[in-house]
Design a protein around this ligand. Structure first.
Ligand code: AMP
Ligand code: ZN
Ligand code: FE
Ligand code: FE
Length: 281
C-alpha cells in the first residue's frame, strides 16, 4: 500500500476537482490519499466521498500558512475533525485575509495601469481560499500576461510591485489548532524553506512530523530530513504537492509514501483525538 499525503484541488489553487484527484490516484496505484488545500478543509467531504466510491483510503487534511521567527512555514494538519467549530472559525478568518489580499494586489495592479478587476479573480478562483496563482491565471485569461511565469516575475513574486505580504498565524497557533481538532501537525516541504533552525522550537511546540518526501526534495534532501526527523522524534510523511496543471504538468506519482508511515500517522491521530476529547487528561 502506497500513499500521497499532499494534494491540492479547486478548493484552493489546484486545478483538479476532488473526483479528478481520486481518479488520478487510482490510475497511479495509490491506496491512500490526503487532501491538503491551503487554509481550508472545504474539499474534504467531496474527496472522501469520491475515495469511498473508488475504494481508496482518505485522510482529511489542510495546509495552514503560518510563520515562525519571520519565516513562512506551511503546516499540514492530518486526520482532523473537519467540523471542529474553532478550526472552521479560525481558518475562516484567514480565508478573509486571503480575499482582502486579492483586493489589495488588484489595487496595486490597477495603480500600475494593469486593468484587472478583483471580481474576475474571485470568479476564476471560485473558492474561499484564493491566492496569487488565481491572480496570475486571471491576468493570463484577460490577456494582460502571456503566461503564469510572466505574471509572477513581473508582478506577484515577493517584493515585485503587486506583491502583498500575507498576515499569518504563528506556527505554534497552527499546531495547537490542529491538535484541538484531533489532528496531527506536520511541517510541509522543509527542503523548500531552508529554515531548519526553526524545527527544534516547533518540535517543542508539539509538531508531530516532518514532510521528508516531497516532489522538490532530492534523494539527499529526503535522507537529510529523515535523519532530522529521527533526531527530533518526529513522524515521517510525504506527498507530491500536486496542483493539477496549475504549475505545469501534474506531479502526482512523483512521491510514493510507504504505508508504514501512514500507520504511524494514524496511531498518533488516535492519541491526538483522545487528548482533544479530554483536554485535562
Ligand atoms: P499565496 O498563498 O497566495 O502566497 O500563493 C502561493 C502559491 O503560489 C503557492 O502554491 C506557490 O507555489 C505559488 N507560486 C509562488 N511563486 C510562483 C511562481 N513564480 N510561479 C508559479 N507559482 C508560484
Ligand atoms: Zn498551492
Ligand atoms: Fe506549501
Ligand atoms: Fe501544498
Amino acid at each position: 500500500m502506497i500513499a500521497d499525503l499532499h494534494l491540492h484541488t479547486i478548493f484552493s489553487d489546484g486545478t483538479y476537482t476532488p473526483e479528478q484527484v481520486v481518479a488520478e490516484a487510482r490510475r497511479l496505484g495509490f491506496s491512500t490519499i490526503a487532501l491538503t488545500d491551503h487554509d481550508t478543509v472545504e474539499g474534504c467531504r467531496a474527496t472522501a466521498a469520491a475515495c469511498a466510491a473508488a475504494n481508496l483510503e482518505f485522510l482529511s487534511g489542510t495546509e495552514l500558512t503560518a510563520e515562525q521567527e519571520g519565516h513562512e512555514i506551511h503546516i499540514l494538519g492530518y486526520c482532523l475533525d473537519i467540523d471542529d467549530s474553532r478550526l472552521l472559525q479560525e481558518i475562516g478568518r484567514f480565508q478573509q485575509v486571503r480575499q482582502n489580499r486579492i483586493r489589495e494586489m488588484v489595487a496595486r495592479l490597477n495603480h500600475l495601469d494593469v486593468p484587472l478587476e478583483a471580481d474576475a479573480v474571485f470568479e476564476l478562483a471560485n473558492c474561499r481560499s484564493p491566492g496569487r496563482p488565481h491572480v496570475a491565471r486571471a491576468l493570463v485569461k484577460a490577456g494582460l500576461c502571456d503566461d503564469l511565469d510572466e505574471a509572477f516575475d513581473r508582478f506577484l513574486k515577493k517584493n515585485r510591485p503587486a506583491w502583498v505580504p500575507k498576515f499569518k498565524m504563528s506556527a505554534a497557533h497552527a499546531i495547537e489548532l490542529i491538535h484541538a481538532a484531533g489532528g496531527v501537525a506536520v511541517m510541509a516541504h522543509p527542503g523548500l524553506n531552508r529554515t531548519d533552525e526553526v524545527i527544534p522550537a516547533m518540535a517543542e511546540a508539539g509538531l508531530d512530523g516532518l514532510e521528508c518526501f516531497h516532489t522538490k526534495h532530492s534523494t539527499a534532501t529526503s535522507e537529510y530530513y529523515l535523519e532530522l526527523a529521527d533526531r527530533h522524534h518526529l513522524l515521517v510523511t510525504g506527498g507530491s504537492d500536486c496542483h493539477g496543471t496549475s504549475k505545469g504538468k501534474p506531479v502526482m506519482g512523483s512521491v510514493r509514501l510507504p504505508y508504514q508511515h501512514v500507520e504511524r500517522l494514524k496511531a498518533r491521530a488516535a492519541k491526538r483525538k483522545a487528548a482533544a476529547a479530554h483536554p485535562s487528561a
